[in-house]
Design a protein around this ligand. Structure first.
Ligand code: ADP
Ligand code: MG
Length: 262
């Protein structure tokens, strides 16, 4: 009886392993054709080092990058963002790199610019995290691959974006929280997000987590004030759907309050 159970358990285990390896092969087929050979080689290196154990599924397919849900060491959930090596994207990306004193030599090839972009997202996440801004913890960046903390349920369901939330329990509080994050980002981390809106804020377990920070620039970038005003405007526009206008501050007033504290 006991032996039978043991055999059953073993078979289940082997089946799972077989499924896993089948899935890995299928995933590989899915990656082929989407990513260039450099990305595939790098993915294999990251996989062989055991940083990523298994790709489970795709969370988002965007113009610049795809985001995957993966499992790392000891099956810890990960989000893996892989930037596409596409020359179409480098034109506008340059505007957010050139003029940022942290990135002086960026090269001219598509590869180099995309690698810098990916490293920039990693650096920005690190800098924000260090100054207590709630972002996914960055874990690794290698060329065009960024590995970070997965925000979502244990079963792999990613957190919703603020855009997909129908109701906010305390919208004034939520708005003030994000305005405070913008202010801390500027005054403490010395960064401006540059693409902040309900699309790039996740809502999970009552908390708002800012994501998609690759374009974030140093406050010394020539366009930093313009980007800062745009971020404030987007956020206020979104929250004004839930809040009586008399409680929504003016864009200029928020902007000036931040700059007054420099
Ligand atoms: N760390 C993460 N955890 C869970 N989901 C994420 C994470 N990062 C990104 N996502 C999901 O992937 C989507 C795309 O990621 P994002 O960084 O905004 O890239 P882009 O908008 O440039 O395609 C997000 O809207 C979000 O749904
Ligand atoms: Mg985004």
């Amino acid at each position: 009886m006991e032996d039978d159970n043991k055999i059953n358990r073993l078979e289940v285990k082997q089946d799972k392993r077989r499924m896993k390896s089948k899935r890995k092969t299928e995933e590989h087929a899915a990656f082929n054709g989407v990513f260039d050979s450099f990305t595939l080689v790098n993915l294999n290196k990251i996989l062989s080092k055991g940083i990523i154990n298994e790709f489970v599924g795709i969370i988002s397919a965007g113009k610049e990058a795809n985001v995957y849900y993966a499992l790392g060491e000891e099956d810890v959930p990960l989000a893996v963002k892989i930037y596409k090596i596409d020359p179409q994207n480098t034109k506008w990306m340059k505007n957010y790199i050139i003029g940022d004193p942290r990135f002086k030599k960026i090269g001219t090839s598509t590869h180099k610019i995309i690698y810098t972009w990916c490293k920039k997202e990693f650096k920005n996440l690190t800098q924000m995290k260090r100054h207590d801004i709630l972002v996914p913890t960055p874990l690794l960046s290698r060329d065009n691959i960024l590995v970070m903390e997965f925000i979502g349920e244990e079963n792999g369901t990613p957190a919703k974006r603020l855009k997909d939330i129908d109701e906010l329990v305390n919208p004034i509080e939520e708005m003030n929280y994000i305005l405070d994050q913008i202010s801390k980002m500027y005054l403490n981390a010395h960064l401006v997000h540059g693409d902040l809106s309900e699309f790039n804020i996740l809502y999970f377990k009552g908390k708002q987590i800012i994501i998609d920070v690759s374009q974030a620039v140093s406050i010394y970038h020539i366009n930093a004030p313009v980007y800062l005003q745009r971020d404030i405007k987007n956020v206020l526009n979104y929250f004004s759907k839930f809040i009586d206008s008399k409680h929504v501050p003016d864009v200029k007033a928020v902007f000036e309050k931040i700059l007054k504290n420099v």
